[in-house]
Design a protein around this ligand. Structure first.
Ligand code: EPU
Length: 417
């Protein structure tokens, strides 16, 4: 297994280009199931989660190749409407093929994703949405088995805004008969991107990015070419890295509006930065002021940046409070940060972060994607060497992280353990 060795205390300086969004690419890739024509995708990041989704697609019916740096997805041989356990267990987002398979083939057999490190993560809302559209759902041998003769539009009211649920129902609805209305829809930019992609293939979706989405079913989707939005979570991670280190970091090729809640919180912590059209320039090195953070669905503060901001706040001049409202077990970085000298106490969904003057390098363990990112940030500013084990978690969501950081002046080495 790979690990990172990070020599802390180096100033970060320069430009870091943000890759395409993982969480926009995954549903967009799943949505290619809905057309038999060729689809070209640009700005899909080279990540292990993306590779898992491509494997799923090639199992289902697609041939995947690269042409001029674009991903080309073509219809291949025999169709198999199955997502097997060995792929789903490595990536929960595999469940996103369910909506597309139901939409296109009226039948699907997708392994039940089960729980994961950050929480139970049920998919009851996805299933409720499909059932409203007339789909019969059975659970057989750990698989969700979905079948429907006539897929019809429906009114789907989510009990809570779910990103994957909204995406899945949207994908099922584009080829259904009649209109689907999703109420209490999630509003994340990845949902808007999926809707724009589907509309570029001939779908009729209105209201994505608001709590009410209307989808008018169409007969068929055609092929097309689409560019995925930049990864707002990667952007926020480098922005915070810049805020924590001593230099001037330019986070380039992002949509600043997508990280507005993070920018506001970091401004409140007294860090200087300026926002330009497609970039943010951060002037780091100042000890932050303590702040209160509560994770919320978009446009609130993202749960996917909770661990990273906690890293920054370990060094604040005072005590910060962080409340995680989205996932029930997303504080696994806390004990590892404490091993590096942080002073964090957790009670239920609240973390109290008493700022310390400095962090010290230590061997630590990555536990999930964003927790790992927070350990990298801590390692970058800690005194001495930090070894982060199990960084396969990072490879799921950060493209070429060590290269990007080293280009900014960090010293991060990938080693085999
Ligand atoms: N939930 C239910 N029932 C459902 C669906 C969700 O109770 O049927 C609950 C979840 O347990 C959770 C909350 O609703 O407490 C929100 O979950 P949501 O469905 O919105 O999350 P997701 O679609 O499973 C996506 C991202 C996550 C990100 C969350 C929240 C992808 C592939 N994943 O997950 O990203 O944290 O939205 O913004 O888009 C990551 O990239 O590190 C990551 C975990």
């Amino acid at each position: 297994m790979d690990a990172f060795l990070i020599e802390g205390g180096r100033k970060l300086e320069g430009v870091v280009k943000i890759s395409g969004s993982k969480n926009a690419s995954l549903p967009i890739l799943a949505a290619t199931i809905l057309t038999e024509d060729d689809v070209y995708l640009e700005n899909v990041p080279d990540l292990s989660d993306v590779k898992t989704m491509l494997k799923l697609l090639s199992n289902i019916s697609k041939e995947i190749s690269y042409e001029d740096g674009k991903l080309l997805i073509k219809q291949g041989g025999e169709v198999q409407t199955v997502a097997p356990y060995d792929l789903v267990k490595t990536m929960r987002a595999s469940v996103l093929v369910l909506g597309a398979l139901i939409g296109k083939y009226h039948s699907a057999r997708v392994s039940f994703p089960g729980g994961c490190a950050i929480g139970a993560r049920p998919i009851d809302q996805h299933l409720k949405g499909f059932e409203a559209m007339g789909v019969k759902i059975d659970i057989e041998e750990g698989y969700i088995v979905a079948n429907v003769d006539k897929l019809r539009g429906a009114r789907v009211v989510f009990d809570l805004p779910t990103v994957g649920g909204t995406e899945n129902v949207m994908m099922a609805a584009v080829l259904a008969e009649g209109e689907t209305i999703i109420e209490n829809a999630a509003m994340e930019p990845e949902i808007t991107d999926l809707a724009s992609f589907l509309n570029s293939l001939g779908a009729k979706i209105e209201g994505a990015g608001t709590p009410l989405i209307r989808i008018q079913g169409v007969k068929k989707l055609h092929g097309g070419s689409y560019r995925v939005i930049p990864d707002r979570i990667e952007a926020a991670t480098y922005f915070i890295a810049g805020a924590m280190s001593g230099g001037e970091v330019i986070v380039d090729d992002l949509i600043p509006e997508h990280i507005d809640a993070v920018l506001k919180k970091v401004a409140e912590a007294g860090i200087d930065f300026k926002v330009e059209e497609k970039r943010v320039v951060v002037y780091g090195g100042k000890r932050p002021k303590p702040v209160q953070v509560k994770t919320r669905p978009y446009p609130g503060f993202p749960t996917d940046v909770q661990a990273q901001i906690m890293s920054m706040l370990t060094l604040a001049r005072g005590t910060s409070v962080i409340v995680e409202t989205i996932f029930e077990n997303r504080f696994m970085h806390v004990n590892e940060l404490n091993r590096m000298g942080a002073r964090i106490k957790v009670e239920d969904r609240t973390a109290v972060v008493e700022g310390v003057e400095k962090l010290k390098g230590a061997p630590v363990m990555a536990s999930d994607l964003r927790a790992s990112a927070s350990l990298v940030l801590a390692g970058l500013v800690a005194e001495g060497v930090t070894k982060i084990s199990r960084i396969y978690h990072l490879d799921r969501g950060y493209e070429r992280m060590e290269y990007k950081l080293n280009a900014l002046g960090a010293h991060v080495e990938r080693i085999k353990e």
